[in-house]
Design a protein around this ligand. Structure first.
Ligand SMILES: Nc1nc2c(c(=O)[nH]1)N[C@H]1C(S)=C(S)[C@@H](COP(=O)(O)OP(=O)(O)OC[C@H]3O[C@@H](n4cnc5c(=O)[nH]c(N)nc54)[C@H](O)[C@@H]3O)O[C@H]1N2
Ligand SMILES: Nc1nc2c(c(=O)[nH]1)N[C@H]1C(S)=C(S)[C@@H](COP(=O)(O)OP(=O)(O)OC[C@H]3O[C@@H](n4cnc5c(=O)[nH]c(N)nc54)[C@H](O)[C@@H]3O)O[C@H]1N2
Ligand code: SF4
Ligand SMILES: [Mo]
Length: 755
């Protein structure tokens, strides 16, 4: 599909390419105006039916990102202690030599793989990560999931049997949205893809829908809510348990349509019996009357949704909080109901609409070496990585491959991790920058610019509030190898076949495996069809496009390779550069239940056992003496990167310690002054910003900053460095149920900084 050409007054040939912004979960459509090999402008694509022209300030800088002179275009290899430019051949030879030597002395477990946030935004990484992890043969797998959302995976897995089916607030149809620990006005939404979240929130009052935000900071989102409640950080679980308690107390449990498929209601009633609104009030800082009123508002709404995110999940009781959130949605009859929370129907997926029931979900199939953490969803806790790197013994992590990850800024106790990375035997990074982490690497391989890749937001379409599909061809010709070729080479090296072996054989194998899986599955729509015929249909496409086409065509809207002639295929999508909208979320339960019992298991053993920690805290609450540190996001920032884009970082520093004026006054601090913040693991000097938006007793600092360290090659970011909040985040405390890091509610000491 050729990009459209728009009239151009300057006489030079301009074209507009339509794509999706790959920077966050919102998947906004963008119109990229190009002249020759330059991006001249990026606008929101008004014809994208899902995002309808919305973009945030980050999206309009995709051109700056593509042209950023600091973005790596060639591999770097460490020679005499310095990272120097090398050819691709030299880089792969070096990797083969180093890894070959490494595995002569160490077991596979001594290699750790770290998968970072951006991998879910690329087809290549989404599709090749599985064979890559298998080729590495190590259980030491870490990703941003245990810094972010593992509580939700666990709860989804245990309650309805599928860890990757998320309950999405039906934002466009809800009458009442109770939101905890999320700030979509800045983040644009998380674990729910709804482009133009701000617009969707703004549309709520017009149809009489109410928004209640529970957050220790009066955020940009709280400012537009009908009600905002301050809550003491880390205590959402107590408050949600009190809401559940109130439903039972006032006899308002009403599950509705799904009632025959729900078990464990009595256990839940017993678990929350002591969690009265009065008892949790001093813990949470929310009075009992307000709590009861909130419970009534939720049950009285025609359709209501409870949605908890980062601030609710990345705390000590993250899994328990996600659990109580799900319980509330189920007990109020709002689960899988339009306007409540529903699940996505991604176009590139099959929909299993047979009988409820499946294999269920298991954790702890293997355990981490040092602390014995159970794997959850195949991963170990990111917060345990430094232990694995520093503790001697068989299986000590001595080599790391980071893929689009900046652990030295995004993992807890980052300064400890910084030292551990500096001491590794071998570090390979797939990254586009020399940053705080990759400056330690022995080899850096830069994947192509996002604008040089085929695009389909596979991961986020699986969390989207509408069934939407959009495929975009590359905007520019690729300068180096494709990311799937990079992965294929690494797979060959890791398997011991050598960097010079045939990459196409890996691609063939990956697609053939996917086809075989479908042909063998009696329930697949192409079961029993001819293997060669299917493979022939996919010929002529790139390796990633073949896999995508296979998924689309065998998906629930697919053309089934001819059996459903009106259905979706990649070729058809290519004719719709703005994307295709196939409607809102629809009811999918009980068929989607994949627990062994074929029911919603409201009180799974693992979570009931974990509840003992919550109960212990109810009985022996922490007396809030010290200040509690929480995080925050800003619409012009993106985790630990995008700080090298001048347009986004200009103006005054946003990396400030926000605190309530009352706390500041007591400590002798004021806006613009410098504070010293100390936690169990670290200390930082940071500028203070006082604001009534902070709950007294709580301070807030954004993460991902701290770019003024030696060896980074970020000319803009290092001039706007900020400080690394993860230097303060304790890696000893985790949500033991899910393995998730605790990034919020960190006890800190704040004092005026001495000069
Ligand atoms: N204290 C605190 N810590 C947090 C959080 C918090 O709220 N508070 N949030 C956590 C969350 S939710 C997340 S998801 C993690 C994110 O943490 P990470 O998973 O480490 O991801 P990012 O910080 O986004 O860093 C992305 C890295 O990928 C590189 N990169 C960018 N684009 C590409 C690309 O196209 N290809 C490749 N190969 N590399 C690319 C960037 O240069 C950078 O090194 O941080 C977590 N850390
Ligand atoms: N602009 C921008 N957008 C982003 C990102 C980014 O870095 N910048 N990162 C992306 C990523 S990887 C993710 S995961 C999403 C995250 O998106 P969100 O889940 O919306 O996360 P945050 O914006 O960090 O909002 C978390 C909120 O939780 C509050 N909070 C902290 N502790 C608690 C607590 O104990 N209880 C309650 N109730 N609230 C608490 C904080 O004050 C904050 O307002 O954003 C994505 N979008
Ligand atoms: S909200 Fe901003 S960063 Fe996120 S997809 Fe849209 S334009 Fe990109
Ligand atoms: Mo995240």
């Amino acid at each position: 599909m050729a990009p459209e050409t728009t009239p151009d007054p300057t006489g030079t040939k301009r074209r507009t390419a339509y794509r999706t912004c790959p920077l966050c979960e919102a998947t906004c459509g963008v119109a990229i105006e190009v002249e020759g090999d330059r991006v001249v402008r990026v606008r929101g694509d008004k014809q994208d039916p899902f995002s309808r022209g919305f973009i945030c300030p980050k999206g309009s800088t995709l051109g700056e990102l593509h042209h950023d002179p600091d973005r790596l275009r060639t591999p770097l290899v460490r020679r005499d202690g310095r990272l120097e430019e090398a050819t691709w051949e030299e880089a792969f030879e070096e990797i083969e030599r180093r890894l070959g030597g490494f595995f002569e002395e160490h077991s596979r477990q001594s290699l750790a793989l770290l998968l970072g946030n951006p991998i879910v935004h690329h087809l290549s990484t989404s599709l090749y990560v599985r064979p890559f992890v298998l080729a590495a043969g190590s259980f030491n797998l870490y990703s941003a999931s245990t810094l972010d959302q593992m509580p939700q995976h666990l709860v989804s897995g245990l309650l309805w049997g599928d860890p990757s089916v998320f309950p999405l607030p039906d934002i466009d149809r809800t009458d009442h949205l109770l939101m905890l620990g999320a700030n979509p006005m800045a983040s644009n939404g998380s674990l729910v893809t709804a482009p133009d979240f701000p617009g969707r929130l703004k549309a709520m009052p017009a149809r009489g829908a109410r928004l209640v935000v529970v957050d220790p900071r009066r955020t940009e989102t709280a400012a537009r809510a009908d009600e905002h409640l301050f809550i003491r950080p880390g205590t959402d679980v107590f408050w949600l348990a009190a809401l559940v308690h109130t439903l039972f107390e006032e006899d308002r449990v009403s599950i509705g349509r799904l009632e025959p498929w729900v078990e464990g209601v009595d256990e839940i009633r017993d678990l929350v019996a002591d969690f009265t609104p009065e008892r949790v009030a001093p813990i949470c800082g929310i009075d009992a009357e307000t709590t009861r009123r909130q419970a009534r508002q939720l049950v009285n709404a025609a359709a209501g949704a409870v949605y908890g995110r980062m601030g609710a999940h990345t705390v000590e009781f993250g899994a328990a909080t996600a659990w109580m959130t799900a319980i509330l949605n189920i007990l109020t009859g709002n689960f899988d109901r339009p306007g409540g929370v529903m699940t996505a129907s991604p176009v590139a997926s099959r929909i299993d609409d047979r009988e409820p029931g499946g294999r269920g979900f298991q954790t702890g199939r293997w355990k981490s070496r040092v602390k014995g953490h159970p794997e959850v969803n195949g991963e170990f806790p990111a917060a345990g990585l430094a232990d694995e790197m520093e503790t001697p013994g068989e299986g000590q992590v001595r080599a790391v491959i980071t893929v689009a990850s900046n652990p030295v800024r995004s993992y807890p106790n980052s300064e400890r991790l910084d030292r551990a990375f500096a001491a590794l035997d071998f570090h390979l990074a797939l990254d586009i920058y020399v940053n705080e982490t990759t400056r330690h690497a022995d080899v850096i391989l830069p994947p192509p610019s996002g604008l040089e890749e085929e695009q389909y937001e596979l991961t986020f379409m699986a969390n989207a509030v509408r069934s939407f599909a959009k495929f975009s061809p590359p905007v520019f010709e690729r300068q180096g190898p494709s990311e799937e070729d990079i992965f294929a080479r690494l797979i060959l090296i890791l398997r011991g076949q050598g960097a010079a072996a045939d990459v196409d054989a890996v691609h063939e194998e990956v697609v053939a495996e996917a086809v075989d899986r479908l042909l063998k599955d009696a329930n697949s729509p192409i079961a029993g069809r001819g293997r060669d015929d299917i493979l022939a249909e996919l010929e002529g496409l790139s390796p990633v496009a073949r896999q995508l086409d296979l998924r689309l065509r065998t998906g629930w809207q697919g053309d089934l390779f001819g059996a459903n002639p009106g259905g979706v295929s990649l070729a058809k999508l290519a004719k719709h550069p703005h994307g295709v909208d196939l409607g809102p979320m629809v009811e999918r339960f009980p068929a989607r239940l994949k627990t062994k019992s074929g029911r919603f298991e409201l009180a799974p053993k693992q979570l009931v056992e974990d509840w003992a920690r919550v109960r212990a805290r109810l009985e022996d609450p922490v007396v809030p003496g010290r200040l509690l540190l929480i995080g925050r996001r800003h619409v012009r920032s993106n985790n630990s990167w995008m700080h090298n884009i001048g347009t986004l970082v200009k103006g005054r520093s946003r990396c400030t310690l926000m605190m309530n004026p009352e706390d500041a006054g007591r400590l002798g601090l004021s806006t613009g002054g410098m504070a010293e913040v100390t936690s169990r693991v670290g200390k930082l000097r940071v500028e203070v910003e006082t604001t009534e938006a902070m709950m007294p007793g709580v301070v807030s600092l954004p993460h991902g900053w701290g770019h003024d360290v030696e060896g980074v090659r970020l000319s803009v970011a290092s001039a706007h460095p900020g400080v690394p909040s993860n230097a303060l985040i304790d890696d000893e405390v985790i949500d033991t149920a899910s393995g998730n890091a605790v990034l919020n509610a960190i006890p800190v000491e704040v004092t005026p900084a001495t000069a």
